[in-house]
Design a protein around this ligand. Structure first.
Ligand SMILES: [Zn+2]
Ligand SMILES: [Zn+2]
Length: 240
């Protein structure tokens, strides 16, 4: 079945995410746009996923909990999980692998944790946009250990992409899909030295503002409308 998706969205927990990006607002905007499956992927944290999962359930959207992890090489990798429990276990691991630098909200922005009614219930003190101590070489195996799947974010961007940070696309890292930010129809994976037969391409919004959440344009063919089916696909399962 064809599923319209946006698998890279930030909330107000990301210091650079707009304060209007509350769990309910972002879920309702995605639903208005006709999306069927969304992932919440704040920088180095899953702590707004419980609230977004509840909002998504009420709106009838398939919710995939996740985060956009910044590797030790300063490459962004989207990590997604089939369940909240697995995502929060991974979140606890990552929290131990972020440098102990305090956020300065007046410079970087607030890092708000909200409940399912969009009420503030806390703030993350550690700066979430720092590079973790987790390397690109380790990330795929680590995320799989928690039951999830990882793909490199916005590989065509000039900063914080695996290609920008490493100088080449890491074929050795074990990724099974890649994310492209550009909407240019003539963009070719080959221009980054990537074989298009090997890597299915995901088009996500990387939205930090409500108006940037994707319209129902990019779709995936999945056997079931579930986060589990998405994770299996991202880990290279072939559905025939
Ligand atoms: Zn990014
Ligand atoms: Zn992002």
């Amino acid at each position: 079945m064809k599923i319209y998706y946006d698998l890279h969205i930030h909330s107000c927990l990301s210091p650079c995410g707009d304060m209007d990006m509350t769990p309910n607002n972002l879920v309702n905007m995605a639903a208005l746009n006709g999306l069927q499956m969304i992932a919440l992927t704040d920088h180095n944290s899953c702590k707004n996923c419980p609230a977004a999962a509840q909002a998504a359930r009420e709106a009838g959207l398939i919710f995939v909990p996740g985060m956009e992890l910044c590797t030790s090489e300063e490459a962004h990798v989207v990590c997604l999980f089939p369940s909240l429990e697995q995502a929060m276990a991974f979140d606890a691991y990552v929290e131990q692998h972020i440098p102990p630098i305090a956020n300065r909200p007046e410079i970087f922005g607030q890092q708000q944790i909200l409940n399912a009614q969009d009420e503030p219930i806390g703030e993350v003190e550690q700066l979430l946009i720092s590079a973790t101590t987790i390397s690109v070489d380790k990330i795929v195996a680590l995320v799989r250990k928690y039951g999830g799947a990882a793909f490199p974010a916005h590989i065509d961007k000039a900063s914080y992409s695996v290609v920008a940070s490493l100088g080449v696309f890491p074929d050795w890292a074990g990724f099974s899909a890649v994310e492209i930010y550009s909407r240019k129809p003539d963009f070719k994976l080959e221009s980054l030295g990537i074989s298009p037969e090997k890597y299915p391409v995901l088009h996500n919004s990387d939205a930090h503002y409500l108006e940037n959440i994707a319209e129902a344009e990019a779709a995936l063919e999945l056997p079931l409308p579930t986060a589990e089916a998405l994770i299996a696909f991202l880990n290279g399962a072939k559905f025939l």
